[in-house]
Design a protein around this ligand. Structure first.
Ligand code: PDD
Length: 287
């Protein structure tokens, strides 16, 4: 059965799906994206994801490609046509197609929209949750507006490749003061000796992850305290637990940082309880 993508108004098999060579997403990474989890046949936290899409588009003065409600319909249709019950739905909006020129094209240039859905590999995820993941740290080298979810992800690509070559699954960007910013595709968390969750404030310098936001709700439900403050790599290495969050990993335990074992080297109970409660607390709409 072929996979089906939505590309600018049409549902097409992947092998026929194509975008224009002068699409500004292709030429300048002049585009934004969202990834939503699909779990047990539900799209997770779609309201928050589309709110963030709205912000990303607004910050870059890119128009909505279609009405928000219609976009939800397209996302669900792509999920349905690909028979995804557990996986993800990816959407990308670019500033559209125009002859290569750095400044914006004429305002009547329609934005381009691609939507893809993909099944996840339950066995791989289960294995990672059971063993925990390993991460490396790299110096922050991204632009200042990483709060906007753009497809300009080359530093993230390089960092995550470096992690992979080191036998790790994520790379944390670290600021000049030795404090952790976030992962190449996830937010960073620690649990202190006192059981307090710590994550960097999202006002500036990191992406405000939707999973991060929803984990605040989960923590409240579980009666866990959260402190939004910076933490150093050294503090993370000495923490009771470490984990990352994203739409594709939810809360994923970290058991090693730059070769140093975290706590006893096994996933922590706080992380696993957050992970377990997540689905019940998050927003779910039937796919
Ligand atoms: N990445 N920080 C970065 C740099 C990210 O790319 C992501 C998500 C997050 C977590 O955000 P959220 O909880 O909304 O998924 C934080 C997605 C999953 C990706 O690029 O595939």
């Amino acid at each position: 059965m072929p996979r089906i993508a939505y590309v600018n108004g049409r549902y097409v098999p992947h092998r026929e799906a194509a975008v224009h060579i002068e699409d500004r997403g292709y030429q300048f990474a002049d585009s934004v994206y969202e990834v939503c989890e699909v779990a047990h046949g539900f799209v997770i936290d779609v309201t928050r994801h589309l709110d963030r899409l709205n912000r990303s588009l607004g910050e870059l003065s890119i128009a909505w490609p279609m009405a928000r409600k219609a976009l939800t319909v397209v996302m669900r249709e792509v999920i349905r046509r690909n028979h995804v019950t557990d996986g993800l739905v990816y959407l990308q909006v670019t500033r559209g197609v125009a002859g290569r020129d750095f400044a914006f094209p004429s305002p009547d240039t329609p934005p381009a929209l691609v939507v893809i859905a993909r099944k996840s590999n339950a066995a791989t995820i289960a294995k990672r949750v059971e063993s925990g993941i390993k991460i490396i740290t790299v110096p922050e080298n991204r632009w200042d507006r990483v709060d906007i979810k753009t497809t300009g992800l080359l530093p993230n690509v390089m960092a995550k490749q470096k992690a992979k070559e080191a036998g790790c699954q994520e790379a944390w960007f670290v600021d000049e003061d030795g404090n952790v910013k976030e992962g190449g595709s996830s937010n960073a968390w620690i649990v202190t000796r006192d059981g307090v969750l710590v994550t960097r404030p999202a006002a500036h310098g990191i992406l405000r992850g939707i999973t991060r936001t929803s984990l605040f709700d989960v923590a409240e439900k579980l009666g866990l305290k959260i402190e939004e403050r910076k933490f150093s790599v050294a503090e993370a290495k000495a923490a009771r637990e470490v984990f990352i969050s994203s739409a594709t990993t939810i809360a994923m335990p970290v058991v090693e940082i730059d070769g140093t074992t975290v706590a006893n080297g096994h996933p922590g109970s706080v992380t696993l309880s957050l992970r377990q409660a997540f689905f019940d607390v998050a927003e779910k709409i039937p796919a």
